[in-house]
Design a protein around this ligand. Structure first.
Ligand SMILES: C[S@@+](CC[C@H](N)C(=O)[O-])C[C@H]1O[C@@H](n2cnc3c(N)ncnc32)[C@H](O)[C@@H]1O
Ligand SMILES: *[C@@H]1O[C@H](CO)[C@@H](O)[C@H](O)[C@H]1NC(C)=O
Length: 400
């Protein structure tokens, strides 16, 4: 996520090399040269697009909540990463609230895990570093040294717990941060499906451990927010989901499912004798993409919480778009180079789960290298059909 707001030009991003660090995270290295300055990197675009898609819903809620008269308005961004992607929205929220009461003091609260990259949170939120969004627009923080009544604080308590005092949050939001389960049930080990979303709807045993863990985490997360919110306060949660049509991350109405490609690339390792049959079937992603119905019904079981609305939106994969609209080719990428550029965006978050399926006696890095090269082969054959489209539910809650 660090790289999200790094200022990379599109040309730089095209030439950037993805490297996997020892912790399995992929990092883009900023190459020299200022060609194309002001343009965006595809790696940041998806997250900015999701926040843009949520912006009208967020601003509508800011319009509807009662503004406090005897204390500051408290806004929380849960799972903020480096505070870069939500910075523009924070300014819009501040402006919207101030248009209703120009004297209002505002407390911007940034929440994430204790080991988050907090230094960047402060650099961005306090305005020491400018953030340039996916469209080349410079975003400035609404914080102006406290002189204008905007204050910035951070919290390192997990959102699985109550992170703020009871009844103190006016508005909370969370974007693409709550999708990992709090534990790894490993319910798909021994099966061909890699994750619960891949299960057929008719097979209720498949992924049931993940479904149950997802339900229990959801209840815990919403219960904690129900405590933190003040009466009449609102929360917007954007989380990966599975649509009624059966669409989810990397699998939409178009092209090839990313999960089918993962599967083919992994099965090829078995066919080549690099992994055993047990390892072939040992992948189990610790996530569960809830349907809108599950989201709504789950929220209804939490006391003092009302579901204002829940909708689904698809944000298109920027890497795929760059191939389909010819940008990638214009940047000089061959089909193979395009594949090598796209695949790391699927690798950053999935590598550890694949690695985990391998026996400890293996040279895991060598096998993973082969796996990713298999996936690159698959994408190279027809880049236009490979994507990691995002499917999210956009949930609005109100504390009663
Ligand atoms: C994919 S990033 C999204 C960042 C940002 N919200 C955006 O949309 O660009 C997910 C973030 O969620 C945070 N996160 C994951 N689990 C968390 C937890 N239990 N408590 C707080 N933050 C968490 C991660 O540390 C990471 O910064
Ligand atoms: C988001 O999805 C995860 C499952 O991957 C689930 O555990 C979590 O409770 C969901 N959170 C919300 C608020 O929808």
């Amino acid at each position: 996520m660090k790289l999200l707001v790094q200022f990379l030009t599109i040309v730089a991003a095209l030439a950037a090399e993805a490297e996997v660090a020892s912790d399995g995270k992929v990092e883009l290295h900023k190459p020299v040269g200022e060609d194309g300055e002001g343009l965006y990197t595809a790696s940041t675009k998806g997250c900015f697009d999701v926040i843009n898609a949520a912006t009208p819903i967020v601003l509508d809620s800011i319009d509807k909540i009662e503004l406090p008269t005897d204390r500051p308005l408290v806004i929380v961004d849960y799972g903020t990463a480096d505070a870069g992607t939500s910075l523009g929205l924070m300014s819009k929220i501040t402006d919207a609230a101030r248009s209703r009461n120009s004297d209002l003091e505002i407390s911007l609260q940034y929440e994430d895990q204790k080991d988050n990259e907090w230094k960047s949170v402060f650099n961005h939120a306090l305005g020491y570093k400018t953030v340039t969004d996916a469209y080349g627009v410079e975003l400035s923080s609404p914080y102006k040294g406290g002189a204008n009544g905007v204050f910035v604080s951070a919290c390192g308590v997990s959102f699985h717990e109550q992170a703020y005092p009871t009844g103190t949050v006016d508005f909370g939001m969370s974007f693409t941060a709550m999708h990992w389960l709090s534990s790894a049930p490993q319910g798909l080990v021994g099966r061909d499906e890699l994750q619960a979303a891949n299960c057929a709807a008719s097979d209720s045993n498949c992924g049931s451990a993940e479904r149950e863990q997802g339900a229990s985490d959801f209840n815990k997360i919403i219960t904690a927010r129900a405590k933190e919110l003040k009466k009449g306060g609102r929360m917007v949660i954007v989380n990966f989901s599975k649509s009624a049509e059966g669409h989810y991350l990397g699998k939409t109405e178009r092209g090839v499912s990313m999960w089918d490609s993962f599967k083919s690339a992994w099965d090829r390792l078995a066919a080549e004798g690099m992994i055993s049959e047990a390892e072939r079937l040992a992948i189990s992603f610790p996530s569960y993409y809830r349907s809108m119905k599950e989201v709504e019904e789950g929220a209804k079981t939490v006391e003092n919480i009302k579901v204002v609305s829940v909708e689904e939106k698809v944000v298109r994969c920027p890497y795929n778009e760059a191939w389909v609209n010819g940008e990638s080719q214009k940047a000089g990428r061959s089909a193979r180079q395009h594949a090598e550029w796209f695949v790391p965006t699927t690798r950053t978050w999935s590598e550890s789960t694949f690695k985990n399926a391998l026996d400890d006696s293996r040279d895991k890095d060598a096998i993973m290298k082969r796996f990713w090269s298999n996936y690159v082969d698959i994408v190279e054959a027809d880049p236009a059909v490979h994507h990691m489209d995002y499917v999210h539910s956009y949930l609005v809650l109100e504390k009663e």
